[in-house]
Design a protein around this ligand. Structure first.
Ligand code: ADP
Ligand code: MG
Length: 255
């Protein structure tokens, strides 16, 4: 990474301030994001909810550096992304972010393990290390017996587990998931939510877009979008009510 890439110390992993995104269709401007300010601390688990068309995916694309805002500031882990060259931005994205999409986005003619190796191929990790890490990631998501299967030989839930292994294999600080359970049955949804919970327990920040309130309620904080703005941004009351197992163990159950 070039020497100009100096991060601002102790910034949250995601910091968005007055973000706007306008799409142009001919002469017609469409404001998909009108004024979005939000931040996500390292290790936090956040759900984004809101009606279709409210700007959730647009926000995720900007967060993931797949798209740029029309106005406003976006800092990823302290780096102002508008100041980075394309190469530095690609490198930062590859190091910091893992993506999980509703439609899995796996390469169809490629085995599970080769799919998981891909982000490391782009990052220039040697083949042997790549293979070992991909294997470990697939074990972590419970797919040790399916490593050499192609996507069409796997169920939807299994394909999403491959996609999660691909997202976590680079040890990203931030995992972005846009409707990751939108194409899955309820049993697979539960399994996938369990995996996200594990990732969160290991210290990854997670931002997840979801339609399903059941899914949103796994998160610590729920941000609700409407018409291209943040309508509310509140701690998840269910989560606050639940006892924190780690804290209980450490402190003998006392708060
Ligand atoms: P959500 O994910 O909440 O359903 P999106 O962020 O995908 O919403 O879209 C927000 C709005 O921006 C929608 O009205 C959508 O039609 C519009 N939009 C999204 N992408 C584009 C695009 N590439 N060109 C034009 N309009 C777009
Ligand atoms: Mg969307």
């Amino acid at each position: 990474m070039s020497s100009q890439m100096v991060p601002t110390p102790s910034q949250p992993i995601v910091f968005m301030e007055h973000i706007q995104k306008t799409y142009w269709m001919g002469q017609q401007a469409f404001p998909a994001l009108r004024d979005v300010s939000l931040s996500v601390a390292a290790g936090e688990y956040v759900a984004i909810i809101g009606p279709s068309g409210s700007g959730k995916s647009t926000t995720m694309h900007i967060m993931g550096c797949l798209d740029t805002p029309s106005a406003g500031l976006y800092q990823l882990d302290g780096y102002d992304v508008s100041k980075l060259s394309d190469d530095d931005l690609a490198l930062l994205r590859n190091q910091k972010i893992g993506f999980v999409f509703q439609s899995f986005n796996l390469l169809s003619r490629t085995s599970a393990i080769e799919n998981v190796e891909l982000p490391m191929l782009y990052a220039g990790v040697p083949a042997k290390v790549r293979h070992q890490r991909a294997q470990d990631a697939l074990v972590q998501v419970g797919l040790e017996s399916r490593m050499h299967h192609k996507p069409n030989e796997l169920s939807g839930g299994q394909q999403q587990r491959v996609a999660i292994a691909r997202a976590l294999v680079t040890h990203p600080a931030l995992i972005l998931a846009d409707e990751p359970t939108g194409a899955l049955d309820s049993q697979s949804t539960e399994e996938i939510m369990g995996l996200f919970q594990n990732l969160h327990d290991q210290g990854n920040a997670i931002v997840m877009v979801t339609h399903e309130l059941d899914v949103a309620h796994h998160a610590h904080r729920i941000i609700s979008f409407k018409d291209g703005v943040v309508q509310s941004d509140v701690p998840n009351p269910d989560f606050l009510r639940r006892p924190a197992p780690a804290a209980q163990q450490l402190e003998g159950g006392g708060y």
